[in-house]
Design a protein around this ligand. Structure first.
Ligand code: IPM
Ligand code: MG
Length: 357
């Protein structure tokens, strides 16, 4: 088994170092190969997703990804910006199913910005479609308007689109995931305004006919945003498009107290996957040794479970993380009065010690 390790930018390298330590400790026969991606790759090779990195990602059995991006690249032309690395990997590897769990750890209930009773026991799974929608739709660009309110003026445009097979496959993924949980799916759309999302809603409803044991409801995205902060525990699985999923998953992540705790998986049709923390590269705290490595460590566990078929090793890592939290260790993002503040590497070491126990 081969794992591609792509640390990326900002805190990416620090948190990845901890995840690699932990992966070595579970003592399985896999090979890890590291490559540059994002701004780091741009600096070295002039492109955020160099051929060698893409090749490694393609031939590996799974990919562990840190984070990419830094404000200093904001002025580069779009195709050279760090974000293109993750978008390119998703597209080139057909990683269409993005799993973003939002779980509120019992010990962190008080770190949430919502009242503890609203989030205690929270366990939502957001399934975001990842290779379609307005993110990738063509045409897009800038031009001179020929109609609209200001003909003759400069304008910019993007295209929102979904094909039937794209919607069908993500709907199947969502219903199947719900079968392993509470058997409820909420499909989030904007069918009241957008043609694309009326189509989405119709097709999700059709696919639902294959899953009579799963309850389906539909919700407009604005209402979904409201319900997420009003009564988040009403949700089990949320399935939605690329852009709505991007936005709602950040909101859901914050309900749990810290985005620094949440892993994610992006899978293709054969369960090959890219695993990454739900948070970004956080250039403002990079190099300070204070970032929370747990989302990346938990992403490694998810990788062992979903792509590498090593559920026991995944379990060992997850239980080590719980033990460390139970012992009161906290990085700055989840620290509160009465707990012990740790650095990035102290947190990694503590997980390592718990695994070895
Ligand atoms: C995410 C990120 C990316 C996205 C960016 C970095 C391109 O926000 O994974 O949610 O928009 O998908
Ligand atoms: Mg996002």
């Amino acid at each position: 088994m081969k794992i591609a390790i792509l640390p990326g930018d900002g805190i990416g390298t620090e948190i990845m170092a901890e995840a690699v330590k932990v992966l070595k400790a579970v003592d399985l026969p896999f090979e890890m190969e590291t490559a540059l991606v994002g701004g780091a790759a741009f600096e070295a090779f002039g492109h955020p997703l160099p051929d060698a990195t893409l090749k490694l990602a393609k031939e590996a059995d799974a990919i562990l990804f840190g984070a990419v991006g830094d404000w200093k690249y904001d002025k580069l032309e779009r195709s050279l910006r760090p974000e293109q690395a993750i978008l390119g990997l998703r597209k080139q590897l057909s990683l269409f199913a993005n799993f973003r769990p939002a779980i509120c750890y019992e010990q962190l209930t008080h770190a949430s910005s919502l009242k503890p009773e609203l989030v205690a026991g929270l366990d939502i799974l957001i399934i975001r479609e990842l290779t379609g929608d307005i993110y990738f739709g063509q045409p897009r660009g800038r031009r001179i308007a020929v109609d609209g309110h200001f003909p003759g003026a400069e304008e910019a445009f993007d295209t929102m689109r979904y094909s039937r097979p794209e919607i069908e496959r993500i709907a199947h993924v969502a219903f199947q995931a719900a079968r392993k949980r509470d058997h409820r799916v909420t499909s989030v759309d904007k069918a009241n305004v957008l043609e694309t999302f009326q189509f989405w809603k119709d097709i999700v409803t059709e696919v639902h006919a294959d899953y009579p044991d799963v309850a389906l409801d539909h919700m407009y995205v604005d209402n979904a945003a409201m319900q997420l902060v009003r009564a988040p525990k009403r949700f089990d699985v949320i399935v939605t498009g690329n852009m709505f999923g991007d936005i709602l998953s950040d909101a859901a992540a914050m309900l749990t107290g810290s985005i620094g705790m949440l892993p994610s998986a992006s899978l293709d049709a054969n369960n090959k996957g890219l695993y990454e923390p739900s948070h970004g590269s956080a250039p403002d705290i990079a190099g300070k040794g204070i970032a929370n490595p747990l989302a990346t460590i938990l992403s490694a566990a998810m990788m062992l479970r979903f792509s590498l078929n090593q559920p026991e090793a995944a379990e060992r890592i997850e239980s080590a993380v719980s033990q460390v939290l139970a012992a009161g260790l906290r990085t700055a993002d989840i620290w509160s009065e009465g707990t012990k503040r740790t650095s990035t590497s102290e947190m990694g070491d503590a997980v390592l010690a718990a695994i070895s126990r």
